[in-house]
Design a protein around this ligand. Structure first.
Ligand code: ADP
Ligand code: MG
Length: 703
């Protein structure tokens, strides 16, 4: 039994509002809270007092160092630790941490990706405190470090991170959502917050086995390996009873996370053998993005302690389920109301719900390409599109009832037939709407799930910053469209219900292209999507290019989320990351073939050859001879393929970024797949003792 309840541990390592109120003088704290809520700019004189309080609190938690903790464009977080320990003029030791050090730091960090935004002579990088996300302490053995969530930018103020565009997109949507609420007559509402809860999928494999596989160590996924005879066909892992070692590990993860203010509400086995999911309590979007990074980090470290390696790759095992980060999102007003909650019993709220819903549909309909681009990563290519589900075509699923409601509104004369009333729009012509979770469609990349949307396409290791920036930008744009029309209708003297219905009708009609209620995994849908003119990008480089379409560029630039120059830099950073990852995969696979697979095959050939040499010469014509010949051919093919791979790698390396990426997709990917096939053939044909790597079946069975 634990000696502390989770609620007693909750938040003990977070410099929370409660801690601030207890440690910072009241007048200063008021200014700080005003800054946190975005009501006032942070006053520099406040920083010194806050820094002193933060330092004392962190020291009391055992911290010896502090760091600005930021999100470079790698999907990971970055930190550069600074000691609190200092010496004064007389050479006496003291712990110091000034307001200036809290507000800004210059980690330089010139090797982090910038997409050409920094040339080395001006390579300074700065970080600045983001007071809207609380500082926290992360322990490590006897030591601990105070982490200060920060933004990261270049010497001329150009953002180099994932957080700054996200904060700007959050601002954009929150302002516009407030405007739309006011048009609906909500005078008392003070603010709107975007809310996010991201379900985190992951695999656990035994550390000891992972260490014997260079592909898992360096690529986070397997580059070769045959499916186990029993994989996930029986679906007996999904929601099954949790392996005791895994459960112990999860419990420690949950405790650590609770101490950091992160509540894991749900844990369960996922579909793949060794695959699991954690779902946290949702929170304000910027905080949710930070917390998801903390979560991945703590999970990785805790897994190690329990003899596991955490795999966050989107597709660690070919042929088994991939891992995503289903991103749930909504908007909440200062009265605590979820703006996507349809279970309302008054007309105005019902229309308001449909207006916010319609705004997202409008955004997704015009900027679906941006949604595709924001989830494009080297790993997600193996999980989405191609032959794997879910598909890479961005569509929205609303469920039968809402979809029919929109169609009926669009046609002007709602005829609801046998659909039972759900939202009470308070109009005799319209029925009441009930939030309906029953008709779930698991194949749609974006689905309405009763009182929130769920974006299923992000990959498990992705920073939430990218997907959320895209989602909130296009929704902000949709809300502005809706608000403009509504305002024009009201100014023209229409009553609110009619003015709103007209706007919803427009959104319903315009968003037909992106709405799809059927099975997205089918070939018919791929063809239908083509007919509808939806952006279809099969590979990651193709998808990344969708950042650069004129409408997506101007969306981000007009909202002030990313300048044209920043978009280009971001695009290049991502493309570069793709090429680098492909390069690593190629190098690792070549070395595994040369160091492990070919020698195993040679041993098998020697074994067979030896057996044959003891048989009469005529046996060479029989089954033994046939086997030997087949192994010989396999060896020659594999040799030849790995040589081609190495030559291709050298060739591609000389090409400019985009051409290299194209070569990766057109030439390297098929070659990697071909070599995987040959290696799998070897694995099936050599003695157990000769095969140098743990097999899928061992990896999939936790000890
Ligand atoms: P479901 O069964 O629909 O997936 P859950 O209740 O299990 O729903 O929630 C899944 C995730 O969605 C959780 O992380 C949860 O915190 C989050 N979530 C729930 N409501 C909201 C909301 N209003 N805004 C953002 N995220 C939410
Ligand atoms: Mg869900």
């Amino acid at each position: 039994m634990k000696d502390k309840r989770p609620s007693e541990m909750f938040g003990e390592l977070v410099f929370s509002r409660r801690v601030m109120a207890g440690r910072i003088p009241k007048d200063v704290n008021e200014k700080l809270q005003a800054a946190i809520e975005g009501r006032e700019k942070l006053d520099n004189s406040v920083a010194g007092i806050v820094a002193a309080a933060m330092k004392e609190w962190a020291l009391s938690k055992g911290a010896t160092h502090y760091t600005h903790w930021f999100h470079p464009r790698t999907d990971l977080t970055a930190e550069k630790h600074m000691a609190f320990l200092n010496v004064d003029n007389e050479g006496l030791p003291l712990e110091s941490f000034s307001g200036g050090e809290l507000i800004q730091s210059e980690p330089d960090a010139s090797s982090l990706p910038s997409g050409g935004m920094r040339s080395t002579f001006e390579a300074r990088g700065y970080t600045a405190w983001d007071p809207t996300s609380p500082a926290f302490v992360v322990g490590n053995g006897d030591g601990a470090t105070l982490c200060i969530p920060s933004v990261f930018f270049s010497y001329d103020g150009t953002p180099l991170d994932m957080k700054t565009p996200l904060l700007r997109a959050i601002n954009a949507i929150e302002e516009r959502a407030l405007r739309l609420l006011r048009l609906f007559g909500n005078r008392g509402v003070k603010w709107v917050h975007a809310t996010v809860g991201a379900e985190q999928e992951f695999f656990l494999v035994d550390e000891e086995l992972a260490r014997k596989r260079p592909d898992l160590l360096f690529c986070g996924r397997t580059l070769l390996g045959n499916l186990p005879p029993k994989g996930q066909q029986m679906e007996d892992h999904y929601f099954g009873s949790i392996h005791p070692r895994v459960l112990a590990c999860m419990e420690e993860m949950e405790d650590e996370l609770a101490r950091l203010g992160i509540v894991i509400r749900t844990r369960h086995n996922e579909v793949g053998p060794g695959q699991f999911e954690f779902a946290p309590q949702f929170s304000e979007a910027n905080l949710a993005a930070d917390q998801n990074q903390i979560m991945m980090d703590i999970m990785r470290k805790t897994a190690r302690k329990h003899g596991f390696r955490l795999l966050l790759h989107e597709k660690p095992f070919a042929g088994l389920n991939g891992s995503g980060k289903h991103t749930n999102f909504s908007l909440q007003d200062s009265e605590g109301r979820n703006l996507l909650n349809p279970s309302v019993s008054n007309q105005k709220r019902g229309l308001q719900f449909l207006a916010f819903l319609g705004a997202l549909l409008l955004g997704a309909s015009k900027h679906g390409g941006l949604l595709r681009a924001c989830i494009a990563s080297p790993g997600n290519m193996h999980r989405l599109g191609g032959n794997e589900a879910p598909p890479a075509i961005m569509s929205v699923y609303l469920g039968d009832f809402l979809n029919r409601l929109l169609e009926d509104i669009e046609e002007g004369l709602p005829e609801f037939g046998n659909v039972k009333g759900e939202i009470d729009l308070g109009l005799s012509r319209l029925p009441a709407i009930r939030s309906d979770n029953s008709d779930r469609n698991r194949t749609a990349p974006i689905a309405f799930t009763g009182n929130k949307f769920e974006f299923r396409a992000p990959g498990a290791p992705q920073s939430l910053g990218g997907p959320l920036t895209a989602l909130f930008s296009l929704w902000a744009w949709g809300i502005e469209e809706v608000a403009n029309r509504l305002e024009a209708n009201l100014n023209a003297g229409k009553e609110l219900p009619d003015a709103a219905l007209d706007v919803i009708r427009h959104a319903a009609a315009t968003s037909r292209n992106v709405r799809f209620e059927g099975n997205c995994y089918t070939q018919e849908w791929a063809e239908e999507a083509q007919r509808r003119g939806l952006p279809v990008a099969h590979s990651t480089p193709e998808a990344l290019r969708l950042f650069l379409t004129p409408e997506n560029r101007s969306l981000l630039a007009d909202l002030g989320v990313m300048s044209e120059r920043e978009i280009h830099a971001y695009y290049e950073t991502r493309l570069h990351q793709f090429n680098t990852t492909m390069n690593i995969d190629m190098g690792v696979l070549a070395s595994m073939v040369r160091e492990g697979v070919l020698p195993a095959l040679a041993k098998q050939i020697a074994l067979e050859g030896n057996a044959l040499s003891h048989l009469p010469a005529a046996a060479a014509e029989g089954p033994c001879g046939v086997v030997l010949e087949k192994l010989g051919r396999l060896k020659a093919d594999l040799h030849e393929a790995v040589q081609r791979l190495e030559a291709l790698q050298a060739d591609l390396d000389t090409l400019p970024l985009e051409e290299e990426a194209e070569g990766m997709v057109r030439k390297a990917l098929p070659l990697l797949e071909g070599i995987r096939g040959l290696c799998n053939e070897v694995e099936r044909n050599v003695a157990l003792e000769f095969w140098p790597y743990p097999r899928y079946r061992e990896l999939a069975t936790l000890k």
